[in-house]
Design a protein around this ligand. Sequence first.
Ligand SMILES: [Zn+2]
Length: 205
Amino acid sequence: MPAPACKDDWKELVNEIAAAEMRTWVASQTDHGGRLAEYRRINGAHGLAEYLSHNGLRIHHRRNIAAVRTQATSYIAAHAQHRQGPLFGAAAEYRHRYCTRNSCAGRCLLDDTCHVMLRCPAHAADRQAMVVAVDDALGRAAARLGVNHSVRSLRDAASDNERLRLLLGSPPYRHLCNGSEEYGEVLRASADFISAVHRTRWLGR
Ligand SMILES: [Zn+2]
């Protein structure tokens, strides 16, 4: 044991103990159940999400998409308003976490991922730029794969859920997207849109 007066030696020892305890805890979680084990099982069953494995993305693209996927976007009311905060004020139940932007204010529109990515008029111009880029990329991918392919634009997707999966890196159309250059363009356009939403909502308020 270090001498009681030597703080640095004690810190080093405590850090080593903490690291060892953390390793033991992680091993116990992954071996005997818990969230880490479940995450590892899901990951093993389905592989990495496309936005993590695709070669055409840079770190900030992945980070932007991850922020929405993990519901860590503090500028979206449905995610942020579980507690009082500077952007949305008082905490509210999930079903009352409404969009407060411009024409949405007072209309009781749930400010969730679908509203932000696909609907909110506060981001119409940025969304339009995203949709143009996404449709262009999907159109070229579909043309490359054959004229009969049904999804040539975001509008062609069967549901909003499929549109969100397409934009957030878990595409429902594996044959269209799997590692393709065009899908890299889709994800970059989506990541850039999310960045614009952040600027509008948080930095530009
Ligand atoms: Zn809105």
